[in-house]
Design a protein around this ligand. Structure first.
Ligand code: ADP
Ligand code: MG
Length: 242
């Protein structure tokens, strides 16, 4: 596990000859094992922040640290992170076990170690009885859990979630939320969870980062953000009482 630090992080996208700045100097210190939610309206830069941590986008300015390491220049595979997306594509022809084991096989993890890790993840996610099934023989919720299992078995230092619940119906969304909380209780992995839904943010976060147009408007506990919004934007976005 590890701390996660943003130090004056800036992102500019190139658009032809122009450049467009979408993250304007974000700084935040996240403790080892914290569950942090990044919340804000569509287009405010949530995914961009996450993708820079993952190494899927270059950092234009500032630094991102995982533990003691500045990760700006590291390849995604060297960063000890795992990411759960909204569109979790499972391999349809592989069993649940093989779906979870696949990344470890590629990384040449020994076979018995793979089995130990998959069995442990399956235990936590209540997938133990489903390991021989194919994805099409699973419910939507079970498939979502397999996608999370695939991330857990890599034993990452940091977990990144980019709106993993937004394609699910209300019931499944609530179930999966509970699943994610349980996962965090059991494994205690430092987590960054992105959503545009303020209610989801308030329920899941230990602390939350409220973003607006590439700026961090506030970083605090749900209670602080709700009761003492730092800006008028935060107050109206969160729906704080006037
Ligand atoms: P969010 O996840 O909060 O909806 P994004 O991080 O996806 O926001 O996008 C932030 C801003 O950056 C938006 O204005 C978006 O249009 C722009 N953007 C995102 N990806 C790219 C890209 N690859 N090239 C240019 N602009 C981008
Ligand atoms: Mg996004």
């Amino acid at each position: 596990m590890a701390t996660l630090q943003f130090k004056n992080v800036i992102k500019q996208y190139r658009q032809g000859k122009q450049s467009l700045q979408v993250i304007h100097g974000v700084s935040a210190d996240i403790a080892d094992g914290e569950f942090i939610v990044i919340v804000g309206p569509s287009g405010c830069g949530k995914s961009t922040l996450l993708r820079m941590v993952a190494g899927l986008e270059e950092v234009t300015g500032g630094e991102i640290l995982i533990g003691p390491r500045v990760v700006n220049e590291l390849e995604p595979a060297e960063r000890d992170i795992a990411m759960v997306f909204q569109n979790y594509a499972l391999y349809p022809h592989m069993s649940v076990f093989d779906n979870m084991a696949y990344g470890l096989k590629i990384a040449k993890v020994p076979k018995d170690e793979i089995k130990t890790r998959v069995d442990k993840a399956a235990g936590i996610l209540e997938l133990g009885h489903l390991l021989e099934r194919k994805p099409r023989q699973l419910s939507g919720g079970q498939r979502q859990r397999v996608a999370m299992g695939r991330a857990i078995v890599r034993q990452p230092q940091v977990f990144l979630f980019d709106e993993p619940l937004s394609n699910l119906d209300a019931k499944l969304r609530a179930q999966t939320r509970i699943e994610i909380q349980k996962l965090h209780r059991e494994l205690g992995i430092t987590s960054l969870f992105v959503t545009h839904d303020q209610v989801e943010a308030m329920t899941l976060a230990q602390r939350m980062i409220v973003m607006n147009a590439g700026h961090m408007e506030q970083f605090g506990t749900p209670e602080e953000v709700y009761n003492r919004p730092a800006t008028t934007f935060v107050a109206s976005f969160i729906g704080s009482p006037p």
